[in-house]
Design a protein around this ligand. Structure first.
Ligand code: MN
Length: 235
């Protein structure tokens, strides 16, 4: 039986559920069955019992209140209701040791769920001299390089110490708490990937692999394949 993958969603300006097809397609391509989870999901524990994996998609900034900070003036739009639903999903799936894959905002939210913090605006709070992480080029294309850090699943899947990824973010992971570890950094030191050393599969990446699978990017495909494999209960 193919693994059932919960895929988070956004809310558009009319209050309607917004699903981004490229995430759905990437899950399908890797052999999973996607089911869309609305913001404000009820019965989280029961839903998670049925799911084999959770994919957290990109989107708005994360409410800094969740990691104990007041809003910086460069903070973008936050959606507290979405933060709340998704944090409950991450925590419930992690307790059940089910596969959790976070992309961009989803990756940052995994970090917050495990007690980590975020740069609300990395250009203002980390350095003005950072590389550009907000590409105007289509996300199908790689934009900046990242270096693998230490022994990690990500490094194993990459099979090389450096890869190129796309980039569309102004927030970044700041402090990381165990059992999460940093697995990749950009050339300017911005943290670009994390994973758990204590779970079957809790992995987050700052870039958008769902946009790069279309052109056959090797690591992007591998990330989705490994996620689906972990969700199927295989190692
Ligand atoms: Mn980046």
């Amino acid at each position: 039986m193919k693994p059932l993958i919960g895929v988070t969603s956004d809310i558009d300006q009319n209050g309607d559920t917004l699903v981004q097809t490229r995430y759905i397609q990437a899950v399908r391509q890797a052999g999973g069955v996607p089911v869309v989870l609305p913001v404000g999901l009820e019965a989280t524990e029961e839903v998670c019992e049925r799911l084999d994996g959770l994919l957290l998609i990109g989107g708005e900034d994360i409410d800094p209140y969740l990691y104990g900070e007041e809003p910086h003036r460069q903070l973008g739009k936050v959606l507290p209701e979405r933060d709340e639903s998704e944090l409950a999903l991450i925590n419930t799936m992690a307790v059940q040791d089910k596969a959790v894959f976070g992309i961009c905002r989803g990756y940052q939210l995994i970090n917050v769920a495990f007690g980590g913090t975020i740069y609300q605006d990395m250009y203002a709070q980390l350095s003005e001299d950072l590389l550009q992480h907000h590409q105007l080029t289509d996300l199908d294309f790689a934009f900046h390089s990242i270096d693998m850090v230490g022994d990690s699943k990500l490094a194993e899947w990459a099979g090389t110490s450096e890869v190129r990824v796309n980039s569309l973010h102004h927030q970044a992971v700041k402090e990381v708490q165990a059992p999460l570890v940093v697995t990749a950094v950009a050339k300017d030191g911005v943290i670009e990937a994390i994973e758990s050393t204590a779970h079957r599969f809790v992995v987050g990446v700052q870039w958008h692999p769902e946009a790069m699978v279309k052109r056959g990017d090797r690591l992007s495909l591998k990330l989705f394949e490994q996620f689906i494999e972990a969700a199927s209960g295989k190692r």
